[in-house]
Design a protein around this ligand. Structure first.
Ligand code: ADP
Length: 398
C-alpha cells in the first residue's frame, strides 16, 4: 500500500475545512475549520496531535485563513514540515466533461476549474480560490484536484443524456454528471470488502443520505446511473433541495406569481426538501416534530422514504441483479427508521431488513439484512477525506 500523509482541503466561499490524513493508517492526525472568512467574526478551530487551538479573530480572506491554519499546525501539531507530507488533496465539486480522474494541478487546471463555475457557481469558484491560495502557501508540494463528478464518468450515454435540444447538449454541456463520487467510491469499495467479493463482481445501489442526498447504481465498480444530474438539485429529497420536480414549475411560477427564474432556482435549492415540507432541514428535528404529531413532518418523512424506494426500484431494474443496497452519510448511517421505511415492501425483490440489526447502535460497516438474504442491506460509514487523500497520494506518487 502507498504510504504518506496528505493535507485534504475543502474550500467553500467563506470557509476552509481540512484534515491531515495518514493514508496507510486510514485516519486523520489533525483536522479543523476556518469559517466566516471575510466576515467580522472569523473563527478557527484546529484539533492537532498536541491539543486544540481555537481563535476568534477576523479572517479577512482565504490567504489569511490558510496562514492561520498553518500557524495552528505549528502550535498544536503535527508540524507539517516534518510530517512526511506527500501532497495536498483538493475537493473540487464539478469536473465537467474534462476531468474524469484525479488530476495533478497546474495553472491550466486551476483555470479550467474556474471555467466550470458556469456549471457549479456556488462551489467551483471557491474551490479554485482554495487551490490558488494553497499553492501559494505550500508551493513545494504536489497539489491534486479530486472531483465529485469523476466517479460517474462511466455513465453510459443512455443514462447521462437528457432528451433536450441538441444545442443545449453540444454548446452548453447539458447532461447528467452526478456528484458525491468520492463518497460513493469509498463506500462501494468497503461494501465489496464486507461482502467478501471483488469490486468488479459486485452490483450495488449506494444511497448517500446527508444534507445532500443521492442514489447511485454501480455495476462491477462502474457507476451506470445516478440521481443527481447537471447540478446536485435533481433526484432524492434533500435537506433544503427539492430533488425531482416537473421542470415546468419554473416557468409556471414565473407566469402566475412573477417569481424570477433566479428566485425559483434559489428556492428549489435552499427553501425546499425537508425544510420546505417540515420546516426543518435536519432529519433529527423532522423526527422530533413527527413524533410530536406534526402532520407536515410526517408527510416529509413519507415523501422522503417513498422517493428513495422509487429510486431503489428503478436502479434494481437498471442493474438487473443487485448484490447489496448500501446506506451511508448522516441519515443513511444513523436513521434506522428511514432505512426500514424506504425498503419496506420490497421482499419480493429479495430485499429484507433484520429489525434487530437495523436498530443496533453499532457505528462500523455492517450488514442489517438476515444472513443469506438475496440482497444484502449494508450500512457503511463514508469517509470522503480519506478517499480524497488516497486518490491524491496515488497521483502524487505515480
Ligand atoms: P453533509 O452532507 O453536510 O456531510 P451529513 O452526512 O453530516 O451531511 O448528514 C447530515 C444529516 O444527517 C442531517 O439531516 C442530520 O439530521 C442527519 N443525522 C445525523 N445524525 C442522525 C441521527 N442520529 N438520526 C437521524 N439523522 C441524523
Amino acid at each position: 500500500m502507498t504510504t504518506g500523509r496528505v493535507l485534504v482541503l475543502n474550500c467553500g466561499s467563506s470557509s476552509i475545512k481540512y484534515q491531515l490524513i495518514d493514508v496507510a493508517e486510514g485516519s486523520a492526525l489533525a483536522e479543523g475549520l476556518a469559517e466566516r472568512i471575510g466576515e467580522p467574526d472569523g473563527h478557527l478551530r484546529h484539533q492537532g496531535t498536541d491539543g486544540e487551538v481555537v481563535r476568534d479573530n477576523p479572517i479577512p480572506d482565504h490567504v489569511s485563513g490558510m496562514r492561520a491554519i498553518l500557524a495552528a499546525f505549528e502550535e498544536a501539531g503535527p508540524e507539517l514540515a516534518r510530517s512526511d507530507l506527500a501532497a495536498v488533496g483538493h475537493r473540487v465539486v464539478h469536473g465537467g466533461e474534462r476531468f474524469e480522474d484525479p488530476t495533478l494541478i497546474d495553472d491550466g487546471v486551476v483555470d479550467a476549474v474556474d471555467d466550470l463555475a458556469t456549471l457549479a457557481p456556488l462551489h467551483n469558484p471557491a474551490n479554485a480560490t482554495g487551490i490558488r491560495v494553497a499553492r501559494k502557501v505550500l508551493p513545494d508540494l504536489p497539489h491534486v484536484a479530486v472531483f465529485d463528478t469523476a466517479f460517474h464518468h462511466t455513465l453510459p450515454p443512455h443514462a447521462s443524456t437528457y432528451a433536450v435540444p441538441p444545442a443545449w447538449r453540444a454548446d452548453h454541456g447539458v447532461r447528467r454528471y452526478g456528484f458525491h463520487g468520492t463518497s460513493v467510491a469509498h463506500v462501494s469499495r468497503e461494501a465489496c470488502r464486507l461482502l467478501g467479493r471483488e469490486v468488479d463482481d459486485c452490483n450495488l445501489i449506494v444511497l448517500h443520505l446527508g444534507n445532500g442526498a443521492s442514489a447511485t447504481a454501480i455495476a462491477g465498480g462502474r457507476s451506470i446511473d445516478t440521481s443527481m444530474g447537471l447540478t446536485p438539485l435533481e433526484g432524492l429529497v434533500m435537506g433544503t433541495r427539492s430533488g425531482d420536480v416537473d421542470p415546468a414549475v419554473i416557468a409556471y411560477l414565473h407566469r402566475v406569481a412573477d417569481v424570477s427564474v433566479q428566485d425559483v432556482d434559489d428556492q428549489l435549492n435552499r427553501d425546499s426538501g425537508l425544510l420546505g415540507l417540515a420546516g426543518a432541514n435536519d432529519m433529527r428535528e423532522v423526527h422530533r416534530r413527527a413524533d410530536a404529531g406534526s402532520q407536515d413532518a410526517q408527510l416529509a418523512l413519507d415523501v422522503y422514504c417513498y422517493r428513495l424506494r422509487k429510486y431503489v426500484g428503478a436502479y434494481y431494474a437498471a442493474l438487473g441483479r443487485v448484490d447489496a443496497i448500501v446506506f451511508t452519510a448522516g441519515i443513511g448511517e444513523n436513521d434506522a427508521e428511514v432505512r426500514a421505511r424506504s425498503l419496506a415492501g420490497l421482499e419480493r425483490l429479495g430485499v429484507v431488513i433484520d429489525p434487530a440489526r437495523n436498530a443496533s447502535a453499532r457505528r462500523d460497516a455492517r450488514s442489517i439484512s438476515p444472513d443469506g438474504a438475496d440482497v444484502a442491506v449494508l450500512v457503511v460509514p463514508t469517509n470522503e477525506e480519506l478517499e480524497i487523500a488516497r486518490q491524491a497520494l496515488a497521483v502524487a506518487r505515480a
